[in-house]
Design a protein around this ligand. Structure first.
Ligand code: GDP
Ligand code: IMO
Ligand code: MG
Length: 428
């Protein structure tokens, strides 16, 4: 029995899509458990590039089952746009390859409207969301007025819930936020079409995944976003609205934690962040600019430039603790190739003490000064390495330091965007 998690160990965009696609080769079922189409993954297979948002990154394999769990928020418009986009690229999608939880919540047009209007109302305190309606949809889930996939499958139930929601949302949108009212009929008609297209994919994902694990199938749980965007353990309020950490799997799929055997944290060899919020090792100089250009650090979803900085081991240690990581997959060490000196943060000076965890208060975090160790760099030959032995000595030292500091081994090293630019150096 083997069920393992692949999750982001930093602020997202660590290369989870690439690693999931790679690891899906040896899995039979790939399951998304949280987030929605705020995620943006670029996956390269041979000479083709695919951009995935909502659909699990196992979809590029012919014979794998991909599941969207109840913890995911689904925008049906985005879902079908993504299915059409993938089919245009020759990826076949049917209910043997993709299933959707009947308990997942739906992103409605008013969630997108609310996301935009609330960000505007926050003014200089905006979060910098992706504008996909993620936060407002999870808000309705917790408020208990959300609309689930199973509701959409029942025309009358859906109609009632939509009527109630539209009425309340329109009051709030027009009277509090100064926006324009949404039209019930238009949304109702639009979603009834989605309902019929979605119906063949809908089932109880908890039951299905449980049965697959019990039948000794290998299941991969694919996280979106990353550790520090977690609603509880991230840099709140500059976070997303779901549990991106390993704890999210159990609730977001409906299986017991004892069924999960391993958790692999995907860590970029440096750190990036999109949107606002604290970032202790951020670089504001030309090295930061150099990393952004060399690593093509621009968002898949919104095209925004990603903020770049040195690798922060305080973050990786936090992920190890919160998500119970069994190993790291380190990506993009090729991007750092060519730098003479590379820095790693190994703690923060905070009020005269050295700490190696993230304080809850952003005011305290602002006082934290990173403590750096400096490493000698490596050259471009790193992209051609296909085994640990072929890696430059300085890159090996860098990886060793990650293992030493976090107490967690590195199991995979990625030296380029393609599937074949990946080496497994230890068990997951
Ligand atoms: P995700 O959201 O975690 O899946 O990451 P993104 O896809 O948003 O961003 C990671 C980017 O880095 C993508 O464009 C990947 O193709 C690319 N990538 C992944 N691993 C590597 C690597 O080892 N080296 C390089 N150069 N690019 C990589
Ligand atoms: P992947 O899966 C990086 C960030 C947004 C914003 C905050 C809240 O590609 O790693 P939201 O729209 O979720 O309410 O935005 O979270 N964010 C991401 N940053 N990668 C992601 O996904 C992200 N998904 C959301 O930029 O700061
Ligand atoms: Mg991404």
């Amino acid at each position: 029995m083997s069920a393992f998690i692949v999750l982001g160990a930093q602020w997202g965009d660590e290369g989870k899509g690439k690693m999931t696609d790679y690891l899906a080769e040896s899995a039979e079922v790939i399951v998304r458990y949280q987030g929605g189409n705020n995620a943006g993954h670029t996956v390269e297979v041979d000479d083709k590039q695919y951009k995935l948002r909502l659909i699990p990154s196992g979809i590029l394999h012919e014979d794998k089952l991909n599941a969207i769990g109840n913890g995911v928020v689904i925008d049906p418009k985005a879902l079908f746009e993504e299915i059409d986009y993938l089919e245009d690229l020759g990826v076949k999608i049917n209910s043997n390859k993709l299933i959707i939880s009947d308990r997942a919540h739906l992103i409605m047009p008013y969630h997108r409207t609310l996301d935009a209007l609330k960000e505007k109302a926050r003014g200089k305190n905006d979060i910098g969301t992706t504008g996909r309606g993620i936060g407002p949809c999870y808000t309705d889930k917790v408020e208990r007025c959300g609309i689930r996939v199973c509701d959409l499958m029942h025309k009358e139930v859906f109609k009632d819930k939509l009527e109630q929601n539209i009425q309340m949302k329109n009051e709030y949108i027009t009277k509090v936020l100064g926006g324009e009212a949404l039209n019930f009929e238009e949304i109702y008609e639009e979603y009834l079409k989605y309902a019929e297209r979605m119906r063949p994919f809908v089932q109880d994902v908890s039951v299905r995944v449980y049965d697959e694990i019990k039948a000794n199938k290998k299941v991969l749980f694919e996280g979106a976003q990353g550790m520090l965007l977690d609603i509880d353990y991230g840099t709140y309020p500059y976070v997303t609205s779901s549990n991106t950490t390993a704890g999210g799997v159990s609730n977001g799929v409906g299986i017991g934690p004892n069924m999960i055997t391993n958790a692999v944290g995907i860590a970029k060899a440096y750190t990036t962040r999109v949107g606002k919020g604290p970032f202790p090792t951020e670089l504001f100089d030309e090295t930061g600019e150099w990393i952004r250009e060399k690593g093509h650090e621009y968002g898949v979803n919104t095209g925004r430039a990603r903020r770049c900085g040195w690798l922060d081991l305080v973050i990786l240690k936090t992920t190890t603790r919160v998500s119970g990581l069994t190993s790291f997959a380190v990506t993009k060490i090729d991007t750092l190739a060519g730098l003479d000196k590379i820095k790693i943060c190994v703690g923060y000076n905070f009020n005269g003490k050295v700490i190696d965890y993230f304080p809850a208060s952003l005011e305290d975090l602002a006082k934290c000064e990173p403590i750096y160790e400096e490493f000698d760099g490596w050259d471009e030959s790193v992209s051609n390495a296909r085994s640990y032995e072929e890696l430059p000595e300085n890159a090996k030292k860098y990886l060793k330091r990650i293992e030493e500091f976090t107490g967690t081994k590195v199991s995979i090293v990625s030296v380029g965007p393609r599937r074949d630019q990946t080496m497994e150096i230890a068990e997951l």
